[in-house]
Design a binder for this molecule. Structure first.
Ligand code: AMP
Ligand code: ZN
Length: 490
């Protein structure tokens, strides 16, 4: 209906600038293969439900992915599921089940949470348990090349064989050796910072299905090798983008680089993106081991709209800034969702005048360009959104004044489409909602005609609880979005 399709720019016309942790600078982004981006993102360890901190990282990946796509790129995106991990083994052992059975509900919950938050489905979700052969291959290569050694049945990566170690996190290696963050429990390693590629089977591992054959002995892979092997399997030796939460930079990502580059003799990831933490109400990084964590299910049970959670996690702060979870911030995001939707409804249903408000047409075009520029500049969604909200005031004033023509409508719908290409909260409402509201309005009218006022009031109240207010006007009954009532929230 005359709406310009969101995004879909030609990659030749786009200059994306991304902050690359490797260089510590914002750089112009160009993938190896023109128009195609290979992206790997560290996914969930499915030993429990994801907390909203994890979800912030996953929605950051969704933002990167969507912006690449609206910029005209084809994206092959891989997000792994870590289903072999010390905590998973402990829990499965405890529950008397296999690791595969143990992770099932949590893997399913992860996909449900992603769907509830409207994260796009990515191309591949590989699991560690399904890629043991690739890991064994890579470890064999590392052993052959002298980058790995066997000590007491375990296989370790020899950090001394990889001079670039520490480049991503800008660590100096002298400090690293004495560093307090490296595990020092294994005295048979050549160096305290060498890390395990393969751990020999322990009693009980067989029973929980966590033990595999390998030329270097029966055992299971370490965590880091999972990402190196699975990214290579789906994306090849060199990735355009590798992303993860900032806590993974060291040692996980540093170890991925060492393994992959030592095995493949090719650069591993050209751009590294790291998203900052979500803090809890006390300002501490949310983490499961620290105990005080909140899941999406907790927030939904407390009455929060998942789309407000989505907007909060994606747009409350730039991805490289810490953000603190609070009721107030979630309510503010819910209000933003409501304002965006109400505005989109208003534009869609506006009575058009013959003449356009020419100044508004121009300024909408400017805001649309500025929004895109903000996103092109290291994915600055909060800045872009701020510009859009400022603009809504002027547009609402034009609608109030009845100065609103067809070009105004087209331009503003184009802006809404651009914004929703990232946020996906405006047009994401229940399918058929508008039809249902219209049907209920008609039902209320006929109840009133037959003087069944109790029924008419019930319909009005029911809609009000769902965040729809009815207004009787001379042209008939109109509806608009309002904040849901307390009854709805509780
Ligand atoms: P995990 O399930 O622990 O493997 O983590 C999955 C993702 O969540 C990783 O990218 C982590 O960096 C990220 N993550 C963990 N805790 C937080 C947090 N509090 N805030 C933001 N991201 C986090
Ligand atoms: Zn990883």
């Amino acid at each position: 209906m005359g709406r310009s399709k969101a995004g879909l720019r030609d990659t030749n016309d786009v200059t994306l600038r991304l902050h690359n942790t490797l260089t510590g600078k914002k750089e112009e982004f160009k993938p190896v293969e023109a128009d195609h981006v290979r992206m790997y993102t560290c996914g969930p360890t499915v030993w429990n439900y994801a907390h909203v901190g994890n979800l912030r990282a996953f929605l950051f990946y969704d933002l990167v992915r969507r912006h690449l796509r609206v910029s005209g790129y084809r994206v092959t995106h891989v997000m792994n599921l870590t289903d072999i991990d010390d905590r998973i083994l402990d829990q499965a052992m405890h529950a008397g089940t296999t690791i595969t059975e143990y992770v099932k509900p949590y893997a399913q919950a992860f996909f449900e949470d992603m769907a509830t938050l409207r994260a796009e489905h990515v191309e591949h979700y590989p699991r560690a348990t399904e890629h043991i052969a690739e890991m064994v291959d890579m470890i064999s290569t590392l052993l052959q090349n002298g980058n790995a050694y066997i000590a007491d049945g375990d296989v370790y990566f020899r950090i001394a064989s990889f001079p670039k170690y520490g480049e991503l996190s800008h660590l100096d290696r002298a400090g690293l050796k004495a560093g307090a963050r490296v595990a020092t429990d294994k005295y048979d390693k050549e160096s305290v910072s060498d890390f395990a590629l393969w751990k020999k089977s322990q009693p009980g591992d067989e029973k929980i299905g966590a033990s595999w054959d390998a030329p270097f002995g029966r055992g299971r892979p370490g965590w880091h090798i999972e990402c190196s092997a699975m990214s290579k399997r789906y994306l090849g030796a060199t990735l355009d983008i590798h992303a993860g939460g900032v806590d993974l930079m060291f040692p996980h990502h540093e170890n991925e680089i060492a393994q992959s580059e030592a095995a493949n003799h090719a650069p591993f990831a050209r751009v590294w993106l790291h998203s900052e933490h979500l803090a809890d109400a006390t300002g501490e990084k949310m983490s499961k081991s620290a105990g005080g964590f909140t899941t999406l299910r907790d927030l939904v049970a407390a009455g929060h709209d998942p789309l407000a959670v989505r907007l909060f996690l994606m747009a409350n702060a730039h991805y490289r800034s810490r953000v603190r979870l609070s009721q107030e911030a979630l309510h503010a995001s819910a209000e933003q969702v409501r304002r965006l939707r109400e505005f989109a409804d208003r534009v869609n249903r506006a009575t058009l005048t013959d003449a356009d408000h020419a100044g508004l047409v121009d300024r909408t075009a400017d805001v649309r360009a500025a929004y895109r520029e903000a996103l092109d500049d290291d994915l600055n969604l909060p800045q872009g959104l701020g510009l859009v909200f400022d603009h809504l005031r002027e547009a609402n004033a034009a609608l109030d004044a009845g100065r609103f023509g067809p070009l105004n409508k087209t331009a503003l719908l184009g802006l809404i489409d651009d914004v929703d290409a990232h946020l996906d909260v405006i047009r994401a409402e229940e399918p058929g909602l508008a039809d249902e509201v219209e049907r209920l309005i008609a039902e209320r009218e006929s109840a009133r005609k037959s003087r069944d006022f109790a029924r008419a009031d019930r319909i009005r109240d029911e809609l009000r609880e769902r965040g729809i207010a009815l207004e009787d006007s001379r042209e008939g009954v109109r509806w608009r979005r309002v904040a849901p009532t307390a009854a709805e929230r509780s």
